[in-house]
Write a protein that binds this ligand. Structure first.
Ligand SMILES: *Cc1c(COP(=O)(O)O)cnc(C)c1O
Length: 384
């Protein structure tokens, strides 16, 4: 599904020497590399504060702790996402409220958010799923109207942008009150272990969060709030510094692969290719444009509409083509997150998507020959 080795080969010398430098410096924790990476990411994202932490799940949890959300507060998020999103809500004894998604973008449905709002609602967590921004025009409007926090889960969307209806373009992760991301190796900006970060434009919130990540300490050995220990280490930071200048290039390579996939699947029955919503460059081409930057293809996800998704996945595996089903079970159906408030009729899209979605290999090193083999293997099966 991913080719981390091929990508490493491109930056091997720089990574090797900077990792050795960190080892020689012995500044393994909170060293200058972490600080430099933080500054460089702030510049890249055009966001005021980046607070590095240990992983993307921690980042979400810490964002919610920083906002001061309390047990019983309701937090609305998508039914169709990775479990980390809902897990931290439940862990903090907040009340997760799962809602349905849109069939084209796979992202949280603003209409479903509106219906789920109660007097206890405190926050919305849009996930920029598979690398494409959720509908932030609508989501920010809903949040403003009801005085809610917006916490963007940008684990899959780093480097992508959202174009607002007023024409301004903002990088995902710099739109809501606070955002989280993950540097898990297979993410678009991945390190060689675990890593994550929180972003915000709010100075006070950034200050609070810098204490939360460090045992609730604002002055050495003075613990003002209950915190956690969540750090990005210097070795991961130096690897991320080598990769960050290439992030746009990596995302362009992903888009190039997605374009080739789309072209090969054009007009093939029983296959729905991923839709790109609202191209920022203004052309309504539903092609995948590098200047728009509106989709960074963390995943390239097809919908297989003839009921044979699982057989196709088996066929691909039998022919040596990796593939994945993200995600096979709606979160509202997971044992850990069942709730009597949920009604199956409220999740028609998620219930359908879990049966249809299939993600193909997507990374920065896919060549034409591989794409041709993958698409031919898919098409030959679907045609039979
Ligand atoms: C990967 C991911 C996370 C969690 O990131 P980790 O670094 O693995 O903890 C959270 N949300 C989404 C949507 C993700 O894809």
């Amino acid at each position: 599904m991913v080719d981390l080795k091929g990508q490493y080969e491109q930056i091997k010398e720089q990574v090797n020497s900077s990792v050795l430098d960190v080892i020689n410096s012995t500044a393994f924790i909170n060293g200058p590399e972490v600080h430099s990476f933080q500054k460089e990411l702030e510049e890249y994202l055009e966001v005021k504060h980046v607070i590095p932490c240990a992983n993307g799940t921690d980042a979400l949890q810490i964002a919610m702790m920083g906002l001061g959300l309390e047990p019983g507060d309701e937090v609305i998020t998508a039914d169709f996402t990775f479990a980390a999103t809902v897990e931290v809500i439940a862990l903090l004894r907040l009340t997760p409220v799962l809602v349905d998604v849109e069939p084209d973008s796979f992202n949280i449905d603003p209409e479903a958010i509106k219906k789920a709002i109660t007097p206890k609602t405190k926050a919305i967590v849009p996930v920029h799923l598979f690398g494409q921004s959720a509908n932030m025009d609508e989501i920010m409007a809903i949040a403003n109207k009801h005085n809610l926090y917006v916490i963007e889960d940008n684990a899959q969307g780093i480097g992508s942008s959202y174009k607002f209806s007023n024409g301004t373009t903002t990088k995902t992760g710099a739109i809501g009150h606070v955002a989280s991301t993950s540097f898990f190796p297979s993410k678009n900006l991945g390190c060689y272990g675990d890593g994550g970060a929180i972003f915000t434009n709010n100075d006070d919130l950034a200050h609070t969060i810098r204490g939360v990540v460090n045992h609730g300490m604002y002055k050495r050995y003075h613990h003002d709030v209950v915190g956690v220990n969540s750090r990005l280490d210097s070795i991961q930071a130096t690897i991320l510094r080598a990769k960050l200048p290439n992030l746009d290039h990596y995302n362009n390579a992903r888009r190039a692969a997605a374009r080739k996939y789309n072209k090969a699947f054009e007009g093939i029955e029983n296959i729905i290719t991923p839709k790109v919503e609202g191209n920022s460059c203004g052309t309504n081409h539903n092609t995948i444009c590098d200047t728009c930057n509106c989709h960074v293809f963390h995943q390239y996800t097809l919908r297989i509409t003839n009921g044979k998704r699982d057989q196709l996945a088996q066929h691909l595996n039998d022919n040596g083509v990796p593939c994945g089903v993200y995600y096979p079970i709606p979160l509202h159906s997971q044992k850990a997150y069942q709730d009597t408030r949920y009604n199956e009729a409220d999740f028609p899209i998620t219930n359908q998507l879990v049966k249809e979605v299939l993600s193909l290999p997507m990374h920065t090193e896919l060549d034409d020959e591989q794409i041709e083999f993958i698409t031919n293997t898919v098409i030959n099966f679907v045609k039979d």
